[in-house]
Design a protein around this ligand. Structure first.
Ligand SMILES: *[C@@H]1O[C@H](CO)[C@@H](O)[C@H](O)[C@H]1NC(C)=O
Ligand SMILES: *[C@@H]1O[C@H](CO)[C@@H](O)[C@H](O)[C@H]1NC(C)=O
Ligand SMILES: *[C@@H]1O[C@H](CO)[C@@H](O)[C@H](O)[C@H]1NC(C)=O
Length: 328
């Protein structure tokens, strides 16, 4: 993710977010969890399309009702992009062991996603997204590069029981409010990263090698972004840090999360930031680690501060968007 100049990348992210909010503002009041149309994708030819992208391409732009794309079990070797003018799309697979979307492109942590979501209002359930760029080739073929399984720019996205497999920058949670439930993340370097404002609940995080689980990019005290992990489980060989500070106000909270012994005892890494007081890294009621060995600048959150992060309605859902999405 050091491929882009940080300022340029930030401006790009803000621009996409701005466009996304404009698309959204046209839809105010029209959000409705009901699915108006269903399209079936089946690699074996029993659906309307054999490719997920072709199904997305068939949806008219600027829709104001939900379209559900049901993806039958199978491995879909394609890059999938939900373009900025197609909000209200839901993708549903048949389980992350069965419905796999994979592609292998690397070098761009914000451009090479197997899945890229640009518009607001998106849901995915029961699908495995994989970027094979770093996993399917020996190191002699190419160096490990940023190669995301998913890149999220849209506000109001939720994922249920999905998997994201990669090595570096697996899950680019670039910007916007996101809710992830019962998902699986695999990688080694900064594999959940970006300036998103997201809750990850009951997720499994597999740190496959020494590196950093998160690289959260909160930039200012005002812009309320951060990653909050609730009732999750970290597994893998590591040895991994819980996070390193990608931006000055980097914010990550783990609550009720099981930490394996391989986690680096210091827990967190300041990376190239100057002032550790600006960083908010906290662990609350987590098990399996020795708090006395953590960096001294890990935060103790007041009950109010804690509530502002762990309460889904406070942190990401003040306007109730989650209730207006189809349920999976
Ligand atoms: C993948 O990322 C690299 C580096 O940003 C970029 O040069 C390349 O064009 C990207 N591929 C696509 C298809 O966007
Ligand atoms: C973690 O990832 C590695 C590498 O893909 C895999 O062998 C292992 O089974 C995974 N662990 C879990 C608990 O999924
Ligand atoms: C602490 O975590 C456990 C699960 O690990 C949970 O059952 C318990 O309710 C949590 N306690 C508090 C005070 O949140």
């Amino acid at each position: 993710m050091y491929v882009f100049h940080p300022i340029l990348q930030f401006i790009m992210v803000i621009l996409v977010f701005f466009c996304a909010s404009k698309v959204h503002s046209r839809n105010i009041g029209l959000e409705d969890a009901q699915i108006a149309k269903t399209i079936v994708v089946d690699s074996k030819g029993q659906g309307a399309f054999t490719s997920v992208q072709k199904a997305i391409d068939s949806i008219p732009p600027n829709g104001q009702t939900w379209t559900l794309i049901k993806i039958k079990a199978g491995t879909y070797k394609e890059k999938v992009k939900i373009p900025i003018d197609k909000p209200f799309i839901a993708l549903q697979g048949e389980g992350r062991a069965s419905t796999v979307i994979q592609w292998g492109e690397g070098g761009g942590a914000t451009t090479n996603g197997t899945l890229t979501v640009e518009p607001p209002n998106f849901v995915a359930a029961d699908i495995l997204f994989k970027n094979t760029y770093n996993t399917d080739f020996p190191k002699s073929v190419h160096q490990v590069q940023p190669a995301p399984a998913a890149v999220l720019y849209g506000d109001k996205a939720s994922f249920y029981r999905c998997g994201f497999i990669g090595v570096q920058d697996t899950f680019t949670d670039a910007i916007g409010r996101h809710y992830l439930n019962s998902c699986y993340f695999e990688g080694s370097t900064d594999f959940i990263w970006g300036s998103g404002q997201s809750i990850y609940e009951e997720c499994i995080i597999n740190a496959t090698a020494g590196g950093y689980i998160t690289a959260q990019g909160r930039d200012t005290p005002k812009f309320n972004s951060g990653f909050v992990f609730l009732s999750s489980k970290i597994v893998g060989n590591g040895p991994a840090y819980l996070g390193r500070a990608y931006r000055p106000y980097s914010t990550v909270v783990f609550k009720d999360t099981v930490m394996p012994r391989m986690i680096q005892p210091q827990g967190w890494n300041i990376w190239n930031q100057k002032d550790e007081k600006l960083i908010t890294y906290a662990e609350v009621n987590c098990t399996g680690y020795d708090k006395s060995k953590r960096v001294k600048w890990e935060k103790e959150l007041s009950p109010q501060e804690l509530d502002s992060f762990i309460n889904v309605n406070n942190f990401i859902n003040k306007d109730g968007w989650l209730e207006k999405q189809p349920k999976f």
